[in-house]
Design a protein around this ligand. Structure first.
Ligand SMILES: Cc1ncc(COP(=O)(O)O)c(C=O)c1O
Length: 398
């Protein structure tokens, strides 16, 4: 059976070598082989996160990583500013609220990015109310709306307005695909998930923790056990994890990090920029309205309005029957938006092929779409995006 093109914002397609790694025989997770692997993977992740901080590997999905970020560094009643630009920003706020943080939300209109001055204003207001923020929760790339926040600017605003506040960052769907600087931007805790840019199955959250955040963890009193990062750090010193890790996913991550190193960050960033540009141009050329503010459109996921007169369920079914899987909208955008994932193992050629399938479906559903316009616009945009060769050789999934 031929496989569909999976163009959702995670889980992402697996290169052959990664798949094979995941099928390996088990090893003793308290033995020398796993210790070596953990050392190698931690080094690769530190370089990807651009940090000198420890990067810990938790066996859970990304949400578990967000929970770890909250419960290890906060106490019930702590004032926290949560900047939300969509479903996942809301989720981060909910996690902190559930564990008793005193969360002030800065809600940004969906489709837009957060602005530094709004963050500064919110922090100033909290301080004036006698509730200076202990931490700020930020989303790097909001997967539900296809918007990438100007994280460097937002982080700088937090450092200026509330120098003592920890920056806890959901980097789940951007880190590993677009430029990201944990240390240079002063990010205290950064969370990502294996099933996104990393080209690895779901099952691991990777979390970096700054010295400031470790110091806060000493005093923080939110309850934690499975996600106790200190337990993870103590075990990591011995080349282990405190609880049985998802060994097969760790094998896969090890191989994927090797592929990433071989491709190199400039090429990875250029490839994602080319795929993002190609997707936006292809959709626009087919008369589809993009949802995200163009100034902050994500290079890992593109969101667009379901064309008027078409039901997303019918469109999605038709796409699936022709071998293309796209994602629907989330939360209040369910049925209104659809999303094209272009992160991890993805090439411009695949995006062009996806546009061709989409074009066929839209025409068959009665939309007046000019034949060939979408794929041609996608290819032209990729070429313009500055990638040396937009159809760059990437680890193409089998
Ligand atoms: C930005 C962002 N945050 C959080 C999550 C939640 O991660 P998970 O579904 O792995 O728990 C996702 C998953 O799509 C995400 O894209």
């Amino acid at each position: 059976m031929s496989e569909s093109q999976l163009r959702i914002p995670g889980p992402t397609p697996l290169p052959d070598a990664v798949r094979q790694a995941g099928a390996r025989q088990m090893v003793n997770h308290r033995g020398p082989e796993f210790k070596e692997l953990l050392g190698r993977v931690s080094t690769g992740l530190r370089s990807a996160f651009r940090t000198q901080n420890e990067v810990l590997i938790l066996t859970c999905s990304g949400t578990g990583g967000l929970e770890a970020a909250a419960v290890n560094h906060l106490s019930p009643g702590d004032p926290v500013l949560s900047v939300s630009i969509g479903v996942f920003g809301d989720r981060f706020a909910k996690v902190a609220t559930r564990y008793g943080a005193d969360v002030t939300k800065l809600d940004v209109e969906w489709g837009k990015a957060a602005e530094a001055f709004a963050v500064t204003t919110a922090l100033d207001r909290m301080a004036a109310d006698g509730r200076p923020a202990k931490a700020v929760l930020l989303t790097h790339n909001e997967t539900s709306t296809g918007v990438t926040n100007p994280l460097a600017d937002l982080a700088a605003a937090v450092h200026a307005a509330a120098p003592d506040a920890l920056l806890l960052v959901d980097g789940i769907s951007g880190l590993g695909a677009v430029p990201f600087e944990t240390d240079a931007w002063g990010l205290d805790v950064v969370v990502t998930g294996s099933q996104k840019s990393w080209m690895v199955p779901p099952g691991l959250a990777m979390v970096s923790v700054s010295p400031r955040a470790w110091a806060a963890a000493e005093k923080a009193t939110m309850p934690r056990f499975y996600f106790d990062l200190k337990a993870h750090r103590d075990s990591a010193e011995k080349g282990e994890t405190p609880w049985t890790p998802a060994v097969g996913v760790c094998f896969a991550l090890d191989v994927a990090l090797g592929l990433i190193e071989a491709e190199g960050w400039p090429s990875i960033f250029a490839r994602h920029a080319a795929c993002g540009a190609a997707t936006r141009a292809g959709l626009s050329a087919m008369g589809i309205t993009l949802f995200a503010d163009p100034a902050h459109a994500s290079n890992t996921v593109t969101s667009a309005l379901v064309p008027e007169g078409i039901e997303w369920s019918a469109m999605s079914k038709e796409l699936r029957s022709r071998g293309l899987v796209l994602a629907g909208g989330q939360g209040s955008l369910t049925g209104k938006l659809f999303r094209v994932g272009h992160l991890g193992a993805v090439s411009v050629d695949e995006i062009v092929a996806a546009m061709a399938i989409l074009e066929g479906v839209l025409r068959d559903l009665g939309r007046p779409v000019e034949a060939g316009a979408g794929p041609a616009a996608a290819l032209a945009a990729a070429r313009r995006s500055g990638a040396a060769d937009p159809a760059v050789a990437v680890p193409t999934p089998a």
